[in-house]
Design a protein around this ligand. Structure first.
Ligand code: GLN
Length: 200
C-alpha cells in the first residue's frame, strides 16, 4: 500500500514514520504528479493558511480535490483537519472542503496552546488514545453524513465521513498506531476499487 503525505510544511516526516510502523509505504507529495498511484493521502498538521497558500502555489488544490472525489481516501490532522472542512469559522482561507463540517481554528484558546489527554475513541476499541493537541482546532458543526469519533470536553475532535478522516490532535506524535491503521483500512478497500461516494 502506498500512502502520500503532503510535504509542503508541517509534521509530514512523523506521519511517514507512523505509516512505516504500520507496514505501509509512503511518498512525499509536493507536485500533482506525485498523486498518481496512491492508495491514500495524509494532510499533516502545521499551519493551515501557510499550507493552503503553498498548495495554491504548487497547483495541488484542484488535483487533490478531484482525486478525492474519484475515491482517494484522505486523512487530515490538525491543520489538515482545518483544510478538510467545508467551512472555516471566520475565515475565507483556501480549503479542500471534503468533509461536511465547520472547523474552528486555535479553538482551545491562547492560554492552552498545547496539551495532552487520554481520549475515548470508541471506534478504536476500549483503550484510551493519547492525544497531543497543539494550537488545535475543533469541529464546530457536522453535517448528517459525518460520524463523530471522539469529543474532548464536548467538542468534536475526531470525525469520519466515508473515506475521509479528520483529527484535531497529532496521532503521528505518539506510538499509538490505531488511528493510522483505521485510515489504512479505508485505503485498503480503495485498493479493491470500492465505489466512490461523492461528498462535496
Ligand atoms: N493552529 C494551526 C492552524 O490554524 C494548526 C495547528 C497544528 O496543525 N498543530 O493552522
Amino acid at each position: 500500500m502506498l500512502i502520500g503525505v503532503l510535504a509542503l510544511q508541517g509534521a509530514f516526516i512523523e506521519h511517514q514514520r507512523a505509516l512505516a510502523a504500520c507496514g505501509a509505504q509512503s511518498r512525499q507529495v509536493r507536485k500533482p504528479g506525485q498523486l498518481d498511484g496512491l492508495d491514500g493521502l495524509i494532510i499533516p498538521g502545521g499551519e493551515s493558511t501557510t499550507m493552503g497558500k503553498l498548495m495554491n502555489d504548487f497547483g495541488l488544490f484542484g488535483p487533490i480535490v478531484s482525486r478525492a472525489k474519484e475515491g482517494l481516501p484522505v486523512f487530515g490532522t490538525c491543520a489538515g483537519l482545518i483544510l478538510m472542512a467545508r467551512e472555516i469559522a471566520g475565515s475565507e482561507q483556501p480549503r479542500l472542503g471534503l468533509m461536511d463540517m465547520v472547523a474552528e481554528r486555535n479553538a482551545f484558546g491562547r492560554q492552552v496552546e498545547s496539551f495532552e489527554t487520554d481520549l475515548a475513541v470508541p471506534v478504536l476499541g476500549e483503550e484510551l488514545f493519547r492525544a497531543v493537541f497543539i494550537r488545535a482546532p475543533y469541529i464546530l458543526e457536522t453535517g448528517p453524513g459525518v460520524e463523530v469519533l471522539a469529543r474532548f470536553k464536548e467538542k468534536i475532535v475526531c470525525a469520519r465521513q466515508g473515506r475521509f478522516l479528520a483529527a484535531a490532535f497529532h496521532p503521528e506524535l505518539t506510538g499509538d498506531k490505531r488511528l493510522h491503521q483505521l485510515f489504512l483500512t479505508a485505503c485498503a478497500s480503495r485498493q479493491d476499487r470500492a465505489p466512490a461516494v461523492i461528498t462535496a
